[in-house]
Design a binder for this molecule. Structure first.
Ligand SMILES: [Zn+2]
Length: 340
């Protein structure tokens, strides 16, 4: 007997989250900082969506390995009379790596502030922005279960043990020595887009072209630009140098540094990364942001002994405040794409 296929709607998924205890976890704020569990993140997203129905639309692009939906949120400014087809289009992804909770917090905070400020802030008029806060839902749920249980696991991959940010097609390599040396960290998957999470994003990108993208990660305090998987310089290097300097100038507490990711450290390449796929395949100017310097405090016993603390500062709000104006600036850039 087959059940009729019911297309999952945003409201039905919210009901599922409310009813099922596996979406909840007690995250000790004194120990780990003010991080929300999966259920609370979605409750916040629901609040933003229901208060701004004319601006925000949830879209479903696919499913994770364990069948969780991957949601994006399309935000379009309601100001001005410009036809929407000419709007510059932006993509903001986060949570590709399981334990980088600060990235989902930053993405949701950015989305909320963009929605609230679009009508007043002329820099944000006439644009279309897609937010994908939870690109690896299985990893987020696994990490929050670990935090509740008191396990100090290193969580980076998806359900199949694949590093999703090595599973894109550009400069993808199974043979690359770092991927072979440390498969527990950088396992690239058996072929490009072998994973449901990256494959869902790819299908979406083949339909929707972006001028710009932000890929949120932690930690280190860096703005990294392509290429990640090669030392070859990007043709837009001058633009990258300019925009990242403008972003650094907008950081009140301390400035990040900027560099091409493929030239970050001798002998290090990130092959099969999201930013290279976006840049090389679609010409989308993409930036990988490594949020926060807290992980450098690894000599403090509290931080050293708990991998979650390397990636997530005790005070996420403070870290977000230091970054948000520079992300706003990135989202104010003009359209560059010629075709849709
Ligand atoms: Zn990451």
């Amino acid at each position: 007997m087959t059940r009729p296929v019911q297309k999952l709607t945003w409201n039905r998924y919210l009901t599922q989250i409310a009813d099922d205890p596996r979406y909840r976890a007690k995250i000790d704020r004194d120990k780990h900082g003010m991080y929300r569990d999966y259920k609370k993140i979605f409750a916040t997203l629901d609040r933003i969506v229901s208060k701004n129905r004319e601006k925000v639309t949830p879209i479903l692009i696919g499913e994770s390995t364990e069948g969780e939906p991957i949601w994006g949120f399309r935000v379009v400014s309601d100001a001005g009379n410009t036809p929407r087809i000419t709007f510059p289009r932006f993509l903001v992804t986060s949570g590709i790596h399981a334990q980088e909770f600060i990235t989902a917090e930053t993405n949701v905070a950015l989305m909320e502030r963009v929605v609230n400020n679009m009508s007043q802030n002329s820099d944000l008029f006439d644009r279309e922005i897609y937010f994908f806060p939870m690109m690896n839902p299985d990893g987020y749920l696994r990490t929050q279960r670990d935090l509740e249980a008191g396990h100090r696991h290193f969580n980076r991959s998806n359900r199949n043990g694949v590093d999703l940010n090595r599973n894109f097609s550009i400069f993808y390599s199974k043979k690359y020595y770092l991927n072979r040396l440390l498969p527990g960290i950088w396992h690239p998957g058996y072929r490009p887009f072998s994973e449901p999470e990256t494959s869902a994003l790819r299908s979406f990108l083949l339909e929707t072209r972006f001028d710009y993208a932000l890929s949120l990660h932690s930690f280190g305090g860096w703005f990294f630009y392509p290429y990640a998987g090669s030392k070859r310089k990007p043709r837009d290097e001058a633009w990258y140098n300019e925009i990242t300097q403008e972003m650094i100038d907008r950081q009140p507490e301390y400035g990040y540094k900027a560099k091409q990711l493929g030239r970050f450290l001798p002998g290090f390449l990130a092959r099969g990364a999201e930013i290279d796929y976006l840049y090389e395949t679609f010409g989308t100017r993409s930036l990988l942001v490594e949020i926060g310097k807290h992980g450098m405090k690894a000599l403090s016993p509290r931080v050293f002994l708990h991998p979650f603390h390397w990636f997530n500062p005790k005070d996420p709000q403070r870290e977000i405040e230091n970054l948000i104006e520079s992300l706003f600036f990135y989202l104010s850039q003009p359209r560059i794409r010629k075709i849709d």
